[in-house]
Design a protein around this ligand. Structure first.
Ligand code: ADP
Ligand code: ADP
Length: 226
């Protein structure tokens, strides 16, 4: 099955605003995929729907063959999400945020600690493991959310504007980390409004504007056209 498949997905917000006008999207297993578009295009809405944080108005979504309406738990187990906004409890120690997340997936605590250590080390946060999460810098908070999103070893990792507001050095190290986990076989989708980020990381790309996919191609072909 596809890592992610969207068919005619629509979203009309409560105020009547039509944020998605029938999105079709396919992402292959193992891909590194960019959803690129200007602010307000519908990127976060799309991701919110895929992550079950936002109810779609119509259409269907499946993650590794699991339909989001009929097999929600199985679909969610395949997915790790790194949201744009910090959404952890800043008054918990860094390591607890990762370990507690594993609890939502029924992962035994000892295994959760092992994985937390692995990802916190990989992301350069192990020395900070006992610190209160709120004391971390913005770039560290973002990396903590990446570690949290990976603790249940999801096959698909989705990142919403992963390096927005992160300085260049940290951005480079985050890019290297994402390339590494993609090379290990994990499917990655990121949203960005920043073509260079998509260009540097992604093999395939969809461009969304005003709630519609206006382009869906390989990065190579897109760059050939520009
Ligand atoms: P992006 O992530 O590409 O910046 P969003 O998906 O956040 O875009 O937003 C798409 C459009 O939907 C924007 O015009 C935004 O103002 C609107 N929007 C987002 N959330 C809501 C909401 N809760 N109610 C009404 N409109 C919304
Ligand atoms: P808390 O009660 O810890 O302040 P929340 O009520 O916001 O936090 O969320 C409860 C837990 O759900 C959080 O600890 C976090 O790990 C998890 N969580 C919330 N939003 C997301 C998300 N978008 N992706 C993954 N996990 C999330």
């Amino acid at each position: 099955p596809k890592a992610l498949s969207l068919r005619n997905v629509t979203k009309v917000y409560r105020n009547g605003f039509e944020a998605l006008k029938g999105i079709d999207l396919d992402v292959e297993p193992g891909d590194f995929f960019a959803l690129l578009g200007p602010n307000g295009a519908g990127k976060s809405t799309t991701i919110g729907i895929v992550a079950s944080l936002i109810n779609k108005t119509g259409g269907s979504v499946s993650i590794f063959g699991h339909d989001l309406d009929r097999e929600k738990d199985a679909a969610k187990a395949c997915l790790g999400l790194v949201p744009q906004e910090v959404n952890f409890n800043g008054f918990e120690p860094v390591v607890e945020i990762v370990v507690n997340q594993a609890g939502y997936y029924g992962i035994p605590r000892r295994q959760a600690f092992e994985r937390a250590e692995h990802y916190l080390r990989e992301l350069g946060l192990w020395e900070k493991r006992r610190d209160m999460a709120r004391t971390l810098s913005g770039g560290m908070k973002r990396r903590l959310m990446i570690a949290r999103a990976l603790v249940h070893e999801p096959r698909l990792l989705i990142l919403d504007e992963p390096t927005a507001g992160v300085d260049i050095e940290i951005r480079r190290s985050m890019w290297a980390f994402l390339r590494r986990i993609n090379a290990e076989g994990r499917t990655i989708i990121l949203t960005t409004h920043y073509l260079e980020e998509a260009e540097s990381l992604c093999r395939n790309i969809a461009i969304i504007d005003q709630g519609e996919i206006i382009e869906n191609t390989s990065m190579k072909r897109l760059l050939g056209k520009l």
